[in-house]
Write a protein that binds this ligand. Structure first.
Ligand code: NAP
Length: 490
């Protein structure tokens, strides 16, 4: 713990020692004393939370308070006592602690966000310097509840408030803006002390928490699931690069209504919409661009000043831009594999640029329907060996998450370019087969970056820093690959 504190002290002026994580917390006190003497600029919180309050300390309340008193004597300027201990302690015991350190009275709900005011009523009956209310977000809207609670009470009391859980990220990043005195982050990825906690480095570097203010615009990727989305990494990098006062969050929306309530109340200025809401969100939008209407899927939402929601589809730009950088699309002969949302974006976008588009889908019905509405043609798989194309685009999920499957065999790939929409894994079997027959490959990450770049342009009105976004996306993908080397070969 002390080694970690030494390392953290270089960049962090505020640290919490979770003494309850040590089997014999009392033994750490001499080292803590050395630390506080050596680092007078670091403010230190001592916490020795008992099991009853969600911590790991197995001792009595008296033992907890005794350790905290000694931690204060060792130079910790703040001590944290949970409500469960405080209500059972004698007022003089707590007052004695307060004579040597600032007292944070804390409450944790590991299940839900509810009865905030009622619990707070019990908390403020006990004199303390700071009141900390930490609950669990089971919906995105729980963050709004928490932030409204902070806004309402932070002028009378020094409050710390946030929601735990993957869905609590909004409150971790925006809580300070609502009036929370400070927030919590993990020392490193492997040392999270609460569910959904992010690292201090992520809060600072990715979410730029120190710059978040009342004018900061909030954006996010909404879907279910979203935890593996690359969007927060590339969008926050783009916002930073272009000095846009904005922050981009991963919003795990288990229901659309929950998401839309947050869009209205936080407010959220822009959304990247992903599975499974690309079509379902359409009926909640006030207006959409022509592509979105034709494609029947929206991946980008803008919330206007008046609260109206406008929908766009930037997947089209994600497909057209990488191709335009390589070839003339007018009269180019393009084969699209698939007839789902991504294929529709490709077909309409390419037709509009004058390409000759062919559709091949596992099920003929959707291919015929798409071909009719876009004035494209359909193909049978048996025809493939006889035909050659300028571009073949894979808009099916075949080959996603593995390196075994491919939607086409080697002798079915006769094209100058193979555009793979899948980006995980970064090199699919189809890409390898295409390279083997001499086609130039366009990887799915280019589409991902370009559709995100277009979103950035719609939201900010500025050109997107595409090269930077591409670098960040590649790096994030490589890190992901490195973290699970064996999976794709199975
Ligand atoms: P979707 O709407 O579910 O459509 C899937 C299409 O693939 C359907 O036409 C389906 O054919 C076909 N398909 C599914 N499983 C198949 C199989 N085993 N064999 C042959 N065909 C199969 O999905 P989507 O949203 O269009 O996405 C398609 C792919 O594009 C996904 O891999 C997605 O990750 C990728 N994508 C990438 C980006 C990017 O930024 N790079 C953006 C969007 C999408 P049936 O009609 O026969 O079911």
């Amino acid at each position: 713990m002390m080694e970690k504190a030494e390392a953290m002290a270089r960049d962090n002026e505020f640290l919490e020692f979770r003494l309850d994580y040590l089997s014999r917390p009392g033994l750490a006190l001499p080292k803590i004393k050395q630390f506080t003497e050596y680092h007078p600029h670091v403010a230190v919180v001592a916490t020795c939370r008992r099991l009853a309050g969600g911590g790991k300390f197995k001792g009595t309340i008296a033992a907890e308070l005794d350790i905290l008193g000694k931690a204060a004597a060792a130079g910790c300027q703040w001590v944290d006592v949970e409500l469960q201990s405080a209500v059972r302690a004698k007022p003089q015991q707590l007052q004695r602690l307060r004579n040597s350190a600032a007292l944070i009275l804390s409450f944790h709900d590991f299940r839900a966000t509810k009865s905030l005011e009622k619990t707070f009523g019990k908390m403020v009956a006990i004199p303390a310097d700071f009141y900390k209310s930490v609950t669990t977000a089971t919906t995105l809207y729980d963050n709004v509840v928490m932030m409204k609670f902070i806004e309402k009470n932070s002028d009378k009391h020094s409050l710390i408030g946030l929601c735990m859980g993957e869905q609590g990220i909004i409150s971790r990043v925006l809580g300070l803006r609502a009036g929370s005195v400070f927030t919590f982050a993990a020392a490193s990825e492997g040392e999270k002390t609460a569910p959904g906690q992010v690292t201090a480095q992520e809060l600072r570097n990715t979410y730029r928490i120190e710059q978040v203010d009342a004018a900061t615009r909030v954006y996010g990727v909404a879907g279910d699931p979203v935890s593996h989305s690359l969007s927060p990494a590339i969008m926050n990098a783009a916002l930073r690069r272009e000095t846009v006062n904005g922050v981009y969050l991963a919003l795990h929306a288990k229901a659309l209504k929950d998401l839309l309530a947050c869009v209205r109340d936080i407010p959220i200025h822009g959304l990247s919409v992903t599975m499974p809401y690309k079509t379902a969100i359409l009926r909640y939008l006030d207006n959409t661009d022509p592509y979105t209407t034709k494609i029947g899927a929206c991946n980008t939402v803008v919330r206007a000043q008046d609260g109206k929601l406008y929908g766009f589809n930037t997947d089209t730009a994600g497909i057209v831009r990488p191709l335009q950088q390589r070839l003339e699309l007018e009269n180019a002969k393009v084969l699209v594999l698939g007839a789902g949302g991504a294929a529709r974006a490709a077909v309409f976008g390419l037709k509009e640029r004058g390409a000759e588009v062919y559709i091949l889908n596992r099920t003929p019905g959707p291919a015929r329907k798409l071909a009719r509405s876009a004035r494209a043609r359909t193909l049978k798989r048996a025809d493939l060996k006889k035909l050659s194309f300028d571009v073949i685009i894979n808009a099916t999920p075949v080959g996603m998450g593995n390196t075994r499957e491919s939607p086409l065999k080697e002798d079915e790939i006769k094209a100058r370019y193979l555009f793979e929409m899948i980006y995980d894994p970064p090199e699919t079997r189809l890409m390898r087969l295409a390279k083997a027959v001499g086609a130039e490959v366009i990887p799915g990450i280019e589409m991902f970056v370009q559709q995100a770049a277009r979103q950035f342009e719609i939201w900010t009105g500025k050109p997107a820093p595409v090269d930077d976004m591409q670098k960040v996306a590649m790096l994030a993908l490589q890190e992901r690959e490195a973290a699970r080397p064996a999976k794709h070969s199975k």
